[in-house]
Design a protein around this ligand. Structure first.
Ligand code: NAD
Length: 270
């Protein structure tokens, strides 16, 4: 085994939706372990550049790239740009995602298609382009024991139903089977595909759930660990799944949720 001072030294990582929240936290964590990071963003160059500046100020390497992950040509162009800039890509973190909430009978087809288009089709499009590049390059032992690693940012809602969020929950359930199926299909090619299932993480997506004392108190009832998660908690898990430390791990969802899946309603004897 090749000893590296930093776990991801010499590797290139693309993190989608990395201008805020979990994506920004993951991009910084991967950069700290030596990966050159591509910060994908959809609409806020200023925020993406702030993440880039922070990584560079700590001696890391990062570029920004604008692309809507739900648009096939934009995703293809993004991977082409990465190959020109860095020669290849080793790690994809499929993080871009959003919610458009509605009670089921009021949900429009537009709300449904919008969420599925980004949260599920976006992960498909990025994974497909990443896999093409992993297959082209194959394993280079100086880089990693794997030809490539994909980390899908899913959610506890790949298993917990979520009233009022049918589009979001369906997209994350879809991500689970996309992840498992391509993990099975590509394992013989030394490509590893896993998910992280965050619980409640303090980011802009769910600010309404934590930015008032009452909201936070209600939220903590769902979390046995009694604290909301931070983007850094997801960053640490992403480093492990991206590194050779998890070389024999394929097709799992690593839940990082403070125990949210442990039926917290039964905490007081049910
Ligand atoms: P966030 O809103 O801060 O981040 C989402 C990012 O995705 C944003 O930067 C946004 O610009 C980007 N994005 C949206 N549409 C895009 C598109 N079409 N193309 C490219 N980028 C796009 O929220 P977050 O909490 O950091 O969410 C990141 C991921 O984590 C999402 O997939 C979300 O479902 C998942 N997640 C979050 C939580 C949580 O509690 N915060 C829990 C479970 C799962």
């Amino acid at each position: 085994m090749i000893h590296k001072q930093k776990k991801l030294e010499g590797q290139v990582a693309l993190v989608t939706g990395a201008s805020s929240g979990i994506g920004a936290g993951v991009a910084k964590a991967l950069a700290q372990e030596g990966a050159a990071v591509v910060i994908n963003y959809a609409s806020s160059p200023d925020k993406a550049e702030m993440v880039q500046a922070e990584i560079k100020s700590q001696g890391g390497t990062a570029i920004t790239f604008k692309a809507d992950v739900s648009q096939e040509q934009e995703v293809i162009d993004m991977f082409e740009h990465i190959r020109k800039a860095f020669g290849t890509v080793d790690i994809l973190v499929n993080n871009a995602g959003l919610q458009k909430d509605a009670s089921f009978h009021n949900m429009t087809l537009e709300q449904w298609n919008y969420v599925l288009g980004i949260n599920l089709t976006g992960q498909f499009l990025c994974a497909r382009e990443a896999v093409k590049e992993f297959l082209r390059r194959g394993v280079v032992p100086e880089r990693s024991q794997s030809a490539g690693k994909i980390i899908c940012i899913s959610s506890v809602h790949e298993v917990i139903p979520w009233a009022g969020h049918a589009n979001y929950a369906a997209s994350k359930g879809g991500v689970m089977m996309l992840m498992k199926t391509i993990a099975q299909e590509l394992a013989p090619k030394k490509i590893r595909v896993n998910s992280i299932g965050p619980g409640a993480i303090r980011t802009p997506i769910n600010h309404a759930a934590w930015d008032t004392p009452q909201g936070l108190q209600n939220l903590l009832k769902l979390i046995p660990a009694k604290r909301i998660g931070e983007a850094e908690d997801i960053g640490k898990a992403a480093v492990w799944l991206a590194s050779d430390d998890s070389e024999y791990v394929n097709g799992i969802t690593l839940f990082v949720d403070g125990g949210m899946l442990l039926y917290p309603g039964f905490e007081d004897n049910g």
